[in-house]
Ligand binder design. Structure first.
Ligand code: ADP
Ligand code: MG
Length: 840
């Protein structure tokens, strides 16, 4: 007995720690970590770095070790930036993973505690309930109606009713009834399990199921950028050859070896300028940072590509209870046909679970308490049997052995309860009228009924076989969340259709829909109608209907399918065990962090930590913002590479001597050192455009870089090229000996332009000034801007300038360059002005 009590108290945290040291983590396959060296190697193997390293080596061979050394230092600089960035992304993603990892309730230090499932150790007492995916093998110590679906192990779809150990039947089945297995699913009831085996020791671990995790498919965006990078690299290859040949013929007076080396160097300069190795970086950084920002706003992204899909969501299917409404139920109205409200209230209480966790039952018990019927009064007698609630039956009942005899107390949806009640046609009509009346007010109506069987033999085995007497109706209010009305308005502006899905009756649903300002609130499809419809009919119907009532989770799948077949991008919320398939099938499956089941969370792309509708809208908005910023960043990277690439191309073509070229490989690397962080830091932080929720959802087939963006980037880039190369060339032609000054000016113009471009391109409509003001409190943006200027000062005015083959500029030249860059970039503000004018 003492032993047993000890067991029921669970472990202390000290014991748990010791056991974890002994048994390790509860993981099926140990996590592999990429080593630091491997990461660096991975980065170095990128074509960009291979080019850099080849350039550095050539410098060394050329007998210019100083140049080679500087080059190497820059290369190390770029590698460090990349490693830091990757490390940060990894950290962010791992933190997200930990947040959304499965958790389990255990008893530690005599208290119920929620821990990560990986921290379970043998000896732990875990509490399981409907919707939990069991994380370890263990003995059933206590159970109540516990039914577990073990198909992942046994292939048997039928649930297994568990019994406590000690009551084990003598059967010698391999799969025990007094034992729960990792990887199986609780579909009903509750239980307390003494953990016996964890990780690879469990039956599930032995099969090694987990190894077959889904491979990481590249997302549409990844595929697009991959293609973009390949195209650019291809062009770079061709130009590499072209520039090489030009350089070779430019310098007939050099030795053959010199000519070859110079050709390769100028070719490499160009190739480096052309390879947009930033694109994939932008993608991962923006998406993971975006996911991180969302997590802070109570929205946990489980699958990174979901962030990009969010921006194109066009249909939002949401549960009514708890998402649209506050899930704060209160009994508002009671009605009894014979005026006997006391019996009605007491029967209602008897039909509730004694440890109610459903907000509706909690509200009912609170109502009982207010009317002088305590839990003690209700639940102290013996519970003979239970008719469990299922989504299909939509009703439930309890059979109590009370002092004055046996009572069957049942409650549920009026349709179902009335179907098992003895009622005269007249009374039935009156009751149905009352149901309609209460529903119209937006109340959830529950019917309560009872019977007094004479003996235990007369207790029917299922609730549908009961013949009951109606006690009356209960009307419960569950007000919509305050912000929902304005959110719905936002959605309709943003071209997103909101669809309400509920198990409640249609009249209640449409009353709530009206309250929150949904359109066509009288147009309803009920679960029964859905059953009658063919897939084709449903597909037509969903074009105009936005409310689904009396549905069961299985219907959700068909609803998502119908929308998807109409070409919509569907986001769908779900909390129950049976919602998992629909969540998986939807483009964005959204699970609930608070009331959702583990299984639904596992199937979802997104977990809503606060179960709040508003958070979904915020998330969609952020998805649009992130995509916008990715698009802008890609455009910017394109733009800034054009002057670099054209300069490297035109120099040799114009026959400029290799030593006097505007950009030597050194300078290209220097610029790369600047471009990468500017873009991934400043553009990532850009707030949403003001009209972001007034646009239609993005067509998922739209290209990241469409003709318009491409045209804009190319023109912007060409202007900057003309400004920088033009200045350089003018100065050089004036005095062929001043190559270092000409180069310094050309480089300064590109660096200034880089600074300005980010500001100009931060918004498609707002002026740069507005964007700067919006981010003016953002220290990071200032750090980047000041950093750029500081870098410019260092390379011009310190001894470094000699190494970099630059000359210090006079104040006039310096500010002249800034001015030229400003004109070369800020002209685009006029385009915005015209755009605004046209919009009006
Ligand atoms: P929703 O989709 O609004 O959350 P549910 O699927 O939870 O709705 O419930 C559907 C219907 O089932 C309710 O309108 C009610 O009639 C009935 N119902 C739900 N929970 C209970 C319960 N604990 N006891 C009796 N009936 C219930
Ligand atoms: Mg519900």
């Amino acid at each position: 007995m003492t032993n047993k009590r000890q067991v029921m108290a669970g472990l202390t945290s000290v014991e748990a720690k010791r056991l974890q040291q002994q048994y390790g983590k509860n993981e099926f396959t140990p996590q592999k970590k990429d080593s630091f060296i491997r990461k660096v190697l991975h980065i170095i193997c990128e074509p960009m770095f291979l080019l850099l390293i080849v350039a550095a080596i050539i410098y060394f061979i050329l007998g210019e070790p100083r140049d080679g050394a500087i080059m190497l230092i820059f290369v190390i600089g770029i590698i460090s930036i990349d490693v830091i960035q990757e490390w940060k992304t990894d950290k962010t993603l791992n933190a997200l993973k930990d947040l959304s990892a499965p958790h389990i309730t255990v008893i530690r230090d005599d208290k119920e505690t929620v821990i990560a499932s990986t921290d379970l150790v043998p000896g732990d007492l875990m509490m399981i309930y409907e919707g939990v995916k069991i994380p370890a093998d263990g003995i059933v110590v206590k159970c109540n109606d516990l039914c577990v679906e073990e198909s992942s192990l046994t292939g048997e779809a039928e649930g297994v009713w568990k019994i406590t150990s000690g009551n084990a039947d003598s059967s010698n089945d391999y799969w025990r009834k007094d034992y729960c297995y990792a990887g199986t699913l609780v579909i009903q009831g509750t239980g307390t399990i003494l953990v016996d085996k964890i990780g690879a020791e469990t039956e599930y671990g032995k099969i090694g199921m987990n190894v077959a995790a889904a491979p990481n498919e590249p997302s549409p965006l990844q595929k697009q950028t991959g293609k973009l990078v390949k195209t650019c690299a291809g062009i770079a290859g061709i130009l590499f050859a072209l520039v090489g040949v030009f350089t070779y013929f430019n310098i007939p007076d050099h030795t053959f070896a010199d000519r070859v080396v110079e050709s390769i160097l100028s070719g490499i300069t160009l190739a480096m300028a052309m390879i947009p190795e930033e694109f994939p970086v932008i993608l991962t950084v923006f998406l993971s940072m975006g996911a991180w920002r969302l997590a802070k706003k109570q929205s946990l992204v489980r699958k990174l590509p979901a962030v990009e899909t969010l921006g194109s969501v066009s249909v939002l299917c949401v549960d009514k209870t708890g998402t649209i409404t506050m899930n704060q139920m209160a009994v508002q109205e009671v009605w009894s046909p014979d005026g006997n409200e006391n019996t009605l209230i007491e029967t209602m209480g008897l039909a509730c679970e004694s440890d109610a966790y459903d907000p509706m039952e909690k509200a009912m018990l609170a109502y009982c308490d207010n009317h002088g019927i305590s839990k003690e009064d209700l639940f102290s007698s013996e519970l003979i049997s239970e008719y469990a609630f299922t989504n299909e039956l939509k009703m439930m009942g309890h059979v109590w052995h009370r002092k004055n005899g046996i009572v069957i107390a049942a409650k549920g949806s009026p349709e179902r309860i009335l179907s098992i009640c003895n009622l005269s046609d007249k009374d039935r009509e009156i009751t149905e009228q009352k149901v309609a009346e209460m529903s119209k007010e937006g109340l959830r109506v529950i019917a309560v009924a009872m019977a007094l069987p004479e003996s235990e033999e007369n207790i029917p085995s299922s609730i549908t076989e009961c013949r009951l007497n109606l006690c009356g109706l209960i009307g419960l209010s569950d007000p919509p969340r305050e912000s929902v009305k304005s959110d719905i308005a936002v959605c309709s502006k943003a071209g997103i259709r909101v669809v309400m899905i509920t198990g409640d009756n249609g009249i209640t649903a449409s009353s709530i829909a009206r309250k929150i300002g949904m359109e066509h609130s009288d147009n309803i499809i009920t679960g029964d109608m859905l059953n009658e419809m063919s897939d084709n009919e449903l597909r037509e119907a969903v074009k105009s209907v936005s409310i689904f009532s009396r549905v069961v989770p299985e219907h959700k799948m068909r609803i998502v399918k119908a929308f998807k077949e109409n070409g919509e991008i569907v986001a769908m919320t779900g909390d129950g065990v049976n919602d998992a398939p629909a969540l998986k099938y939807a483009d964005i499956g959204i699970a609930m962090g608070k009331r959702g089941s583990e299984v639904s969370r596992e199937a979802a792309d997104l977990i809503l930590m606060d179960d709040n509708f508003t958070t979904i809208i915020e998330t969609v908005k952020d998805g649009r913002r992130i995509y916008d910023n990715i698009r802008k960043a890609v455009g910017y990277v394109f733009t800034i590479h054009i002057p670099i690439a054209f300069t490297s191309l035109l120099g040799p073509i114009l026959g400029i001597a290799p030593a006097a070229l505007m950009l030597l490989p050194l300078h290209v690397v220097l610029l790369e050192l600047l471009i990468d962080p500017t873009c991934s830091i400043v553009l990532e932080r850009q707030p949403a455009e003001t009209d972001i929720m007034e646009r239609r959802p993005r067509n998922p087939k739209d290209k990241l870089l469409n003709t318009r963006t491409l045209l804009k980037s190319v023109i912007q880039g060409l202007v900057v090229f003309a400004a920088s190369f033009g200045t350089y060339y003018t100065v050089l032609c004036d005095d062929p000996a001043s190559a270092t000054i000409a180069r310094a000016m050309g480089l300064a113009i590109i660096m200034f332009s880089n600074l300005f471009l980010v500001q100009v391109n931060s918004s498609d409509y707002d002026f740069a000034v507005q964007s700067i003001i919006r981010l003016s409190k953002d220290r990071v943006m200032w750090a980047v801007n000041i950093g750029t200027l500081l870098m410019l000062a260092i390379i011009l005015y310190t001894p470094l300038s000699g190494f970099l083959k630059l000359a210090p500029l006079t104040a006039g030249q310096f500010f002249g360059s800034a001015g030229i860059a400003a004109v070369a970039v800020f002209w685009y503000e006029i385009v915005k002005l015209i755009k605004r004018f046209r919009k009006k």
